[in-house]
Design a protein around this ligand. Structure first.
Ligand code: ZN
Length: 304
């Protein structure tokens, strides 16, 4: 029998371009995991959901993000095709289900999930999407990260490979980590950046804030050089030039909407004014998404 499971919650929470898919059940059997060699024993894996990064050390592997639980076997097989070594650590860039869905099955395999501590809190409590109102229930105890850190940076090491995790406050969510592999010059952004040339969700109901998105991308512009391979949360492998473009969009959106917030305009008034109309033409897939993005930026300034 064909196995289909609705991925609505994870995809809807993930990004706009996932929203259309969210209404459809995903046929996991048809999803293929595609591997891109980034050099220095570091790889990007794409399938359904957030991109995965794999770093192979001398005796073990670190992976960043895990897509959906039903893809666990395929992801595991794709990693086994790279190296027979065991996976020691799985890092979560944020709590959304299209990045953390594999936590349960990978931890059942003996992998240790590492994340910023707000991910543990949100996965344990369950969450609600500020745009759709959809509720995501708490995850099973086995899917909660075993190791967490609160702020600043944390190094995760396996077989000589070091993943440097850095928490950025209130960006895509309140639990984002970006990850840098200095030895490979590979930067993993999670959903604080996408390379789809489309607006990226700001999950304001779960601590997201356009100002943190900007702060994250300004860090990437400092860390990255023209040779840096940037693994985005979604979309193909990116370069610093793609971050420049994305950052510019964020700053324009923030400047225009913050001004209207400061003038005391309501959410309805701001949405009706279409302050991002010129950006919407490029960055939004639909009128609804344009409205939603304006709403997300506006609510960045109204978070309680
Ligand atoms: Zn996300």
């Amino acid at each position: 029998m064909r196995k289909t499971i609705s991925a609505a919650l994870g995809l809807a929470a993930a990004l706009f371009t996932g929203a259309a898919l969210a209404q459809q059940p995903v046929d996991w059997d048809k999803i293929q995991i595609r591997t891109t060699d980034l050099g220095n024993k570091t790889y990007m894996l794409a399938g359904q959901g957030g991109n995965i990064t794999v770093a192979v050390g001398s005796d073990a592997i670190i992976m960043i993000d895990s897509q959906f639980a039903p893809l666990h076997d395929k992801i595991k097989a794709a990693i086994a095709a790279i190296s027979p070594l065991p996976i020691k650590y799985l890092v979560n860039t944020h709590f959304h289900g299209d990045h953390t869905g594999g936590n349960g099955p990978f931890q059942a395999d003996g992998v240790i999930v590492v994340a910023q501590d707000n991910i543990r809190i949100r996965l344990t409590a369950g969450t609600q999407n500020g745009i759709t109102g959809n509720k995501t229930p708490p995850v099973a105890p086995g899917a909660v990260p075993k190791e967490t850190y609160v702020g600043g940076t944390r190094n995760v090491e396996a077989g000589g490979r070091v993943a440097k995790l850095t928490h950025v406050n209130n960006a895509h969510t309140d639990g984002d980590s970006w990850v840098y592999f200095a030895d490979a010059n590979v930067l993993c952004t999670g959903d604080t950046f996408n390379n789809l040339k489309k607006y990226q969700t700001i999950d304001f109901a779960n601590g997201g804030d356009v100002r943190g998105m900007i702060a994250a991308n300004e860090i990437y512009l400092k860390v990255a050089n023209d040779q840096t391979r940037i693994v985005p949360g979604h979309g193909g492998l990116a370069t610093r030039a793609d971050v420049v473009e994305f950052h510019k969009m964020l700053v324009t959106a923030r400047d225009r909407i913050q001004k209207l917030v400061d003038e005391g305009k309501t959410e309805e008034e701001v949405i009706a004014m279409k302050p991002l109309a010129d950006l919407d033409a490029t960055w939004a897939n639909s009128e609804q998404q344009a409205k939603d993005y304006t709403k997300m930026v506006y609510n960045s300034f109204k978070r309680s």
